[in-house]
Design a protein around this ligand. Structure first.
Ligand code: PRP
Ligand code: URA
Length: 209
C-alpha cells in the first residue's frame, strides 16, 4: 500500500492559512501556492535514491553521494495544478513537465479529460502529479489512470487540501501510489467543495470566475 502523508510543517500550515483567507488576492495566492509546493517538494523527494560518487575536494578525494534514482516528471492537472509547478522546479530544476487537462463538470462533479502531453519513456521516470485540491478524487483517479495507461510505474500525488472522501476514493482505486497533502479537511459540501477548503483553486490562481 502506498503511503498517505500530511506534510504539516509549521511554515506550510502558516502559508495555507494565508491562502484560505477569502481576502487573499490573486497575486499573493499564486505566490504562496508556489511557496507551499516548494516546501512540500522537499518532503516528497525525501525517498530519492542516492549512489556513491568520488569527488576531489581541495583537500582530498572523498566518496560522497549524488542522486541516482528515476528522473522526475512533474504533472500538473490543468488548470489549478499549474500553480504548483514553479515551486517544485525551484527544488528539482531538471524535472520535465507533463500536462493533463481536466475539468470537473459543475453539475455531476465528474471529471473530463481534454489534453494529455507527456515526455517519452514515462515507465522509467518518477511521476509527481500536482493539483491543489483533492475533493471527490475523480480528477486525481482519472489522472493516475491516464499515466498508468501510458506505462507509468512510479506515481506520487501531491495536493494542498484534501477531503477525506477524495483520499479514500483515490487510495481505494490506486493503492500503489503515494499521496501527500498539506491538510486533511473536514468534508465535502453538497456542491462538491472542500470544507473549510479555500474555494475554487483555479479561479483564485488565475483571477477568473
Ligand atoms: C478542481 C481542482 C481539481 C478538481 C478536484 O479543478 O483543481 O482538479 O477540481 O475535484 P475532484 O477531486 O472532485 O475531481 P476544476 O475541475 O475546477 O478545474 P480548474 O483547475 O480548471 O479550475
Ligand atoms: N475544486 C476546487 O478548486 N475547490 C474545491 O473545494 C473542490 C474542488
Amino acid at each position: 500500500m502506498g503511503k498517505f502523508e500530511i506534510l504539516d510543517h509549521p511554515l506550510i500550515q502558516h502559508k495555507l492559512t494565508i491562502i484560505r483567507n477569502e481576502k487573499c488576492g490573486t497575486r499573493e495566492f499564486r505566490q504562496v501556492v508556489n511557496e507551499i509546493a516548494e516546501l512540500m517538494a522537499y518532503e516528497v523527494s525525501r525517498d530519492m535514491l542516492l549512489e556513491d560518487v568520488q569527488v576531489k575536494t581541495p583537500v582530498e578525494v572523498a566518496t560522497e553521494k549524488q542522486l541516482a534514482g528515476k528522473k522526475v516528471v512533474i504533472v500538473p492537472i490543468l488548470r489549478a495544478g499549474l500553480g504548483m509547478v514553479d515551486g517544485i522546479l525551484e527544488l528539482i530544476p531538471a524535472a520535465k513537465v507533463g500536462h493533463i487537462g481536466m475539468y470537473r463538470d459543475e453539475e455531476t462533479l465528474q471529471p473530463h479529460e481534454y489534453f494529455v502531453k507527456m515526455p517519452d519513456d514515462i515507465a522509467n521516470r518518477e511521476m509527481i502529479i500536482v493539483d491543489p485540491m483533492l475533493a471527490t478524487g475523480g480528477s486525481a483517479i482519472m489522472a493516475v489512470d491516464a499515466l498508468k495507461k501510458r506505462g507509468a510505474k512510479t506515481i506520487k500525488f501531491v495536493c494542498l487540501v484534501a477531503a477525506p472522501e477524495g483520499v479514500k476514493a483515490l487510495r481505494e482505486k490506486h493503492p500503489d501510489i503515494d499521496v501527500y497533502a498539506a491538510a486533511l479537511d473536514d468534508h465535502l459540501n453538497e456542491d462538491g467543495y472542500i470544507v473549510p477548503g479555500l474555494g475554487d483553486a483555479g479561479d483564485r490562481l488565475f483571477g477568473t470566475k
